[in-house]
Ligand binder design. Sequence first.
Ligand code: HEM
Length: 130
Amino acid sequence: MNYAPVVASLERLAELDIDPTRAVYARLFARYPEMEALFIRDQRYLVRGQMVQMVMENLLDYATDRTFGLPMIQAERVNHVTLGVPNAVFGIFFGVIQETIAELLGDDWTPAMAAAWGAMLASLELDIVA
Ligand code: HEM
């Protein structure tokens, strides 16, 4: 699968100079309100901002060079158990990232981007369990 449209979507977001942090968590908490309490100490959205940044870097790496993204995601799944984050939430979070980017790009979001993101996240899900 060609993940170039995933890269293009992330590049477009950067060009537009949009920080997706608030929109990502608004979407996550609307769907999974129980997740909000886990971030009670992060009043200024600093941890959350850094986390979205890291997740997007990991996904970009998974879409391209495949050097650090997958191992880091696997390690964070283990680390996050002590933070109260079930493993299953990772896939949900990646889907929320995709949906948020689609929302923020508006007319710049293309069917090719949707297809590439969908295929990439499905492949990632399989790689993680493997
Ligand atoms: C690849 C995926 C992820 C990466 C790289 C990542 C990275 C991080 C990092 C670097 C921290 C700060 C660590 C610390 O303060 O000790 C953190 C904290 C946290 N993460 Fe993640 N994270 C990921 C996925 C998730 C997901 C899916 C959730 C659930 C929605 C989540 C929930 C949290 C929570 C609740 C904290 C603690 C917040 C706080 O201390 O106030 N993370 N994460």
